[in-house]
Write a protein that binds this ligand. Sequence first.
Ligand code: BES
Ligand code: ZN
Length: 860
Amino acid sequence: MGKSVTRLYSQFQPERYELALTLDKAHMTFGGTVTIRGRKVGRPSQRITLHQNGLKITSATVIKHDKKGEQELPLARINNHDSLQEVRLHASQMVYPGMYTLTVAFEGKITDSMTGIYPCYFKDGPADKTLLMTQFESHYARQAFPCIDEPEAKATFDLTLTTEAGITVLANTPVKTQQKHGDRLRTTFETTPKMSSYLLAFVAGELQSKSATTTSGVAVNVWATAAQPAQALEFPLEIAKRSIEYFEDYFGVPYPLAKVDHVACPDFSAGAMENWGLITYRERALLAYPGQTGQSSLELIATVIAHETSHQWFGDLVTMKWWNDLWLNESFANMMEYQAVDALHPEWHVWDSFIAQEGLGALRRDATPGVQSVKTEVRHPDEINTLFDPSIVYAKGGRLLYMLKNYIGEDAFRKGLSSYFQKHRCGNTEGADLWAALSAASGKDVGAFMDPWLEQSGFPVVSITQAGRELTIAQEHFLDNPAKADPDRRWPVPLFATAPGLPDSFDSSEIALSVPNDDIVLLDTHARGHYIVRYTSDKQKQAVADKIRTQKLGEADRLMLLNGGSMLARAGYEPYSNILAMLSAYRDEASEPVWDMMSLVIGETRRFIDLDESLEDMIKQLIRTLIAKQHKRLSWQEQTGESSADQKLRATIIGLGAYAEEPAIVSRALELFESYKSKPDTVPAELRGIVFAVAVKQHTPGALTYLLQLHDSTNNSELKGDICGALTATHLPEEAEKLLGRLQDAKLVKPQDADRWLVYLLRNRYACDTAWQWMTANWAWIEQTYHDDKSYDMLPRYAASIVNTAAWAKRYREFFEPKAGQLVLQRNIAMGLEEITARVAWLTRDLTGVQKFFNTLSGS
Ligand code: BES
Ligand code: ZN
């Protein structure tokens, strides 16, 4: 689609905003005045154009500043172009380059869109309460006030908010003055540093807080509504404070503001948002309820806080010029979140999760034809939201930076970053600016190494063939559907090999060399590269399998070998039954991240059930065999002093056992469900969701009613999430129907959570038909409610993920193909179709082999 936008920064460059907003909660409206001082640049023209979206402009003036002083330019008309999201101030004479002050008065509506200025609803005891807050990324500041709403248009902001009295009012910087006028409160804030419009923010409402101060004197506050227990703020406060301290030390650049607030918001579309000095979160991503929050949630909360805190430098202090370099924000924050949490809690071994979660997600998405590259062109604002592909701009980008850090070394990496921040503070950058800093620090040509990885989609499969001391190493573009691979695509592949004498990296299609002895050479040890390795000869494969069995390889390697194997099999490089044989060799495995990978392969194998239902019992049998040893070791009870990995592994094992209907697990889960009702503490938080789900799947009388009642009455969003996971596991279509019937009622299911319920039901074999029918019948509502939302473009992607058969493929095509014209959905629908084609081909091709594997297994 050729639709594109003119960048407004090319005609007007703001330097300073004075923004006064009055919020009227009773009428859900706001009004305001913005005064923008800035420079008109480029060719003389008869107008100055600002962004706006949905605002009513009530008046505007333009004043020119020059040697003669100030002079008002008479305006011919004010044109609101809603389709272009612009307001054009037309002068009756030529407007020449120079300094101007624009003053615009405007009015707007506060709607439930979760963008611009929007309300959050919560219940405080019996009382219904509302907060008002903002979400401006990626291009929603223009819904709140006329501005140049592009990341490059950095300016200072002086914000004044008029609200109801008796509440807390927060913005990016500390409060400067506050006065009560009757039932109104007028709050002014300190001038911000030069910053992008998408980072401006405020929150106004009834809030409680806990505070701390960093060693360098930054005030750190964590906030939640009065409906939350105060202790839920303790863990996040500790992480928030230590994250700032960590980054100040690591980047060698102080945190640039006097304070940072972290606010848990009852309605929030994304997970969290890095507004400078005022970070906002969904409650689930910030609050930790002592005793009720499991290890995996603590890790999630810590990584989200670290992610947003790292953005205070990467993104806020230094910002990408344009959205095509979004990776400068998100890929970095993705990697830095692990780096910080690893420093704060080394015992959590989060780099293993980085590989098991981000790494696997990245490789799998990146193997789908039509996938975007990390660095992607953006023409239209509607495309901006689709850029935030969690598997690409986050996971793959983060992984590429991790690869780079390993390639140039930690010291050079850190030194380069520090000089990058010093040089570009409060400025805008492109990838090349960062490469220049890292090249200077490392003495390597970082741009030449990284650009092929960032600018090309996909990754290589690196094949290694070893005969004695002779090696050949080759690369080719890997795709789930090899027919679509680009035969000419090459990357500079870092080898991270076990043998001495190999080059650091190679970028040709093939190299041949000899090694000092005939030990089998392994590539990409510790899973640091964004590629998969293929060992071609039987002897190599045997040697690798032996190393896995005897645990001679590290966790990351054991995990990646299984991953590479399964990806190669799905693309037809080898039969999938080989992977099942390989999986069986992992029965002594005790590592949690490796088990993540094993469950992934198990989940993948379960897809064959859609083609042959008789496989289900045999798959369950295999699972029972695989988990036996770990189930015995871990059982149900958390041991004092046990590792965080074991706490999480217990949930994985019991979850698999529950699916496989291991009798001991099912009966224990049902007992715990009963005891939960009177004594919630008897169920470890990490296992709570599984216990609930077993009760639902086993049709425990009253379970559905009990869980719905608990869901609707609790303010604990983590508990709500567990209940959602459990109820959507139902085997009864009529229960699925009942759950779906609740999604359009925001009082029962918050719009921020509705997509979860739908997606989980779609993924449930017993409910997917019901859920699909509901989704297609209610698409108009979905589109209307979510079209501006960050999660809307994910729906065709989730829907594609459940398709295993030709019949479902047809269903998908018929429904989604006609929607592919929508810019927001275009890429995910196209990729959905590709993904389905590859998957149906794989499942059809391997079905007989897999049947044979299981029949032999159960016969033996
Ligand atoms: N900047 C994003 C949030 C965002 C993205 C807002 C796109 C609006 C549009 C934020 O830094 C982020 O990445 N949030 C993640 C959570 C993170 C810890 C992975 C999210 O919201 O999923
Ligand atoms: Zn981010």
